[in-house]
Design a protein around this ligand. Sequence first.
Ligand SMILES: [Zn+2]
Length: 460
Amino acid sequence: MSLVVTGALAVRTGPGGPGEAGPEPGGDVVVDAAGRVVAVGPDAARDVGPDVGRGGAAGPDGARLDATGCVVTPGLVNAHHHLLQTAFRTLPGTRGVPMRDWLPAMAAAYERAHVDAELVGAAARAGLAEALLCGVTTVADHHLTWPAHVDVAGSVDLARAAAAAADEVGARLVLVRGTAGDDAERAALSADAIAAALVGASPGGVRPDGRVQVAVGPAGVHSDGETTFRLLGEVAARRGLRRRTQANEQVDVAAALERYGRRPLDLLADWGWLAPDVAVAHLCDVTDDEIARVAASGASATHAPGCDVPMGWGVAPVARLLAAGVRVGLGTSGGGSNDAGHLLADARLAMQVSALAGRQLAAREVLDAATAGSADGLGRPELGRLSPGSAADLCVWDVSGVPDAGVADPVAGLLWASPGRRPRHVVVGGRVVVRDGRLVTADEREVARVLTRRVERVAA
Ligand SMILES: [Zn+2]
């Protein structure tokens, strides 16, 4: 046994788990040396023996986490981020502007910054360190920026830089080889080369240790044509990769109507991109017929209100998507629109704004979306839940302080109370990566300094 978490007030194991509708039973989580959950519940740690985590079988790392006064949840899964944009937060010209102005402002910033492996690595390191400190153990990085000066080999270097950052800080990364108007053939060659380099022939495009995954994803029908979707789809089919795209924010619908006289989901369906291995982010402006169509296709959705709301795209009808049987995950989107990678804060926002889009979502529905829902959309059912056999990615949230005083339901309170809360401890694959609110895998200040210096060098 490698880790035990003991004495939690409540353990949220995920949909279908004990106390699914609350209250969840408290107790322990026991993790084996392979980083998998072996037992959860009251007294689960009793049979493990007192030596575990005290320099005994678990090694000297003190791998026994006291969760007294705490709620334990699965690690959060951010199903939609653009990590490079971490370097461009609060960028002048990108706030309070329509997307037709936002896109060129971001493109100009990328151009000025001369996107290379150094910048990609520094932004990913900062974004992933931030993720862990906020309880996000897996990040899907929809990387859309592959400048013209970067050839196929260079694109592999960019991907390697992001993967190295994930390995360094101890987060799980899903690198989505995206496109945004890229040359289709080159993008397909690049996606294939990135998959070969990062995950080889591993099933599902997941590295054998489960910490790096490769997927493909055109930014949307507003930026990429049928050839790009088809060629990236072929790479995905050949290598068993998941597919992701974005659809039905305002510009996407307007561009599709203008260019093709059709709505984006019609095009995606025609192009073979409404299928069980596809996840579609945003989906703000969708009709009931379109929701039924997504549900029938088996595709999943990623809700990103921390981007959609400030961009003025509206609120995706999550309750109607769920009612139709669509799997819904949660993402932050990137620093160009949402300046924080704090998925729990966006879960709170998702819950708050849901009342404007049909029905107030329950805290547990949103929490499940931000964990199991996101994981399922990535084809990773072992993530986002804490049942025996699941990956031991978990957060220990201290709910004993004043921000939670008087809270009747501590699991619902994770979202309703204490906005911006951070976990006390975070574990990825059985390894403690955040302890007592501090990153243990890297020097947080140094991670920030490296990115700041790189950005300032460009500005100078
Ligand atoms: Zn997005």
